[in-house]
Design a binder for this molecule. Structure first.
Ligand SMILES: C[S@@+](CC[C@H](N)C(=O)[O-])C[C@H]1O[C@@H](n2cnc3c(N)ncnc32)[C@H](O)[C@@H]1O
Length: 220
């Protein structure tokens, strides 16, 4: 098989991070620095710079008005999604952590986006089950508990409009998929969902090698 991909290393990654419109955005930089100060183990939860820009471009280009995020942490992805919404657009954020989302709230306020974002704290599955009847979305970003991704998907898909998008993060699971049997529960869940999405007639799906892998699904 000819090489149809480019492997990343730190130098290439730094290069691609520089080659984006919001590379010098002071608020994103500040949030990244504040999150980094929480320590390496914690801060690795945050999406990558290029992913953030990708989310913003996608949300704006698709004309998204109504979005939902499962897994907000300190708010990087939510900032990138919310600021690409139109002024009356809305993003619902689900997360179980009051501590991490307190940081997110601070940055939503700094960005003047607090009116576009509603945070719903608690376990994501319970929160998804309690969404208002009739509430629908143009866009969903899923980045919380890996073993629950399929449950989030099944609860959200009926609420996604036709041609709406669902994106799942960490679908390459640190590069550990594709080499045979997987033992860990997180890896097994992600692998099973990747296979399910590939043959699910309800969506068109592509696994993109952006950061740790984004499953990019369009509802048919
Ligand atoms: C990988 S981080 C999200 C990163 C975020 N998208 C960003 O851009 O910084 C995962 C988040 O999901 C939350 N989370 C994990 N399991 C959850 C669950 N079962 N219900 C709700 N939130 C959960 C964690 O509190 C954490 O903030």
């Amino acid at each position: 098989m000819g090489t149809k991909y480019v492997s990343l290393n730190d130098r290439r990654y730094r290069y691609l991070c520089r080659c984006r419109s919001d590379a010098a955005d002071p608020l994103l930089e500040e949030l990244r620095a504040e999150t980094a100060a929480l320590g390496k183990e914690v801060s690795k939860c945050q999406i990558s710079d290029d992913q953030g820009t990708f989310l913003s471009i996608l949300v704006a280009a698709a004309g998204v008005k109504s979005a939902i995020e499962v897994g907000t942490f300190t708010g990087y992805s939510s900032l990138c999604i919310a600021r690409a919404l139109p002024p009356k657009g809305k993003l619902i954020c689900l997360d179980a952590s009051e501590e991490w989302t307190a940081v997110a709230r601070k940055y939503w306020a700094k960005a003047g986006l607090q009116d576009r974002i509603e945070l719903r704290l608690g376990p994501a599955i319970a929160r998804l089950k309690r969404l208002e009847p009739g509430l629908t979305f143009d866009f969903a970003f899923i980045d919380a508990a890996k073993t629950e991704y399929d449950a989030y998907y099944e609860l959200l898909l009926p609420r996604i409009r036709r041609n709406g998008l669902i994106l799942f993060d960490n679908m390459l699971w640190g590069g550990r998929l594709g080499d045979g049997a997987v033992r860990q529960a997180n890896g097994r869940a992600i692998d099973a969902l990747n296979r399910k999405l590939a043959s699910d007639p309800r969506v068109e799906a592509a696994l993109l090698s952006v950061a740790d892998g984004i499953q990019f699904c369009r509802k048919r």
